[in-house]
Each structure stands twice: as C-alpha cells, then as structure tokens.
Design a binder for this molecule. Structure first.
Ligand code: ZN
Length: 156
C-alpha cells in the first residue's frame, strides 16, 4: 500500500493491483448502458476531468477513468446537463471528512476542484467492475455539468 493524499483526504492505495484490474478494460458503465445520456458522457470524457483529478487518479493506479456508474440529472441552470457518477480504486481511506448522508447525496462533503467538477470519497463500493470485486475499495464520487455533444437534439 502507498500513502496518497488529495484535498482533505489520505488513502492507502494498492497502485499495482488497481492498474492490473483496469488493464485492457474498455467497457465502463456508460459504454455498457449505451443510452443517449451515457453516449454523451463518453463523448465528454476526454475533456471533463480536471487535470488535478486525472493526476490523482494516476497516483492511485487509474490511467484512464472508467466509471462504475454514471447518471444524468436534468438540465443545468447554466446550460448543459447535470451528471454524477463514481469509480473505484483498491485501497482504504485513512483520514478525511466523513459522509453525512447516503453515498450519492449532495449533503456530502464534495469539494469543487475547478470547472464545477465536485468530488468526494466514500468507504465501500456500489456496482464495482467485476475485476475489482473482493478488494477493499475507495469510491471516488463526483458531480459536474457536461455540454450536450451528441448530434441528436438535447432533451428538454
Ligand atoms: Zn445510460
């Protein structure tokens, strides 16, 4: 395990095991779903994650984000669509803000890391990829606003 700190949290991360678990995976939750909202996520993925998040994910063994769950939550006031989701790495949270509510609640201690991308961390795992099952997992939760990039008309 390697000690990794990010924002107000500290983790013990099994970097090699996480890298191995994600190796060759190209079907993440939005690819598996395939609805228009998820197709839009896939189109936005390459530009939606702030550099600080990509750096943190690489630090814990995730070379390319592969989400375990994503969902769309309606139009955003500022334009675009509200989205949320999460992904996992192998390890444990050793210090940091505790959740105040169930895992996906907006009452939880999300931190805006820039560009409206909000993140927090939770002990445990909902719907992990099969390759990650059986390990202690940290759930990286986020919500953000994404532009509508599909050629199909944006839903109301
Ligand atoms: Zn979908």
């Amino acid at each position: 395990m390697t000690r990794v700190s990010f924002l107000d949290w500290t983790f013990d991360a099994d970097i090699d095991a996480t890298r191995e678990a994600y190796r060759g995976v190209d079907q993440c939750a939005p690819e598996e779903c395939g609805c228009d909202y998820c197709k839009n996520w896939v189109l936005a993925r390459g530009s939606m994650y702030p550099a600080s998040i990509l750096e943190f994910l690489r630090d814990v063994g995730i070379e390319h984000p592969c989400e375990a769950e994503t969902w769309e939550a309606g139009p955003a006031k500022s334009g675009g669509r509200n989205y949320a989701g999460w992904l996992h790495f192998i390890g444990k949270i050793t210090a940091g803000p505790e959740p105040r509510d169930s895992h996906a609640s907006p009452n939880n201690p999300y931190v805006d890391v820039g560009d409206g991308f909000n993140v927090w961390f939770w002990h445990g795992a909902h719907l992990p990829l099969d390759r990650l099952k059986g390990h202690d997992l940290v759930q990286v939760e986020f919500y953000t606003v994404l532009p509508w990039l599909l050629d199909t008309p944006e839903p109301p």
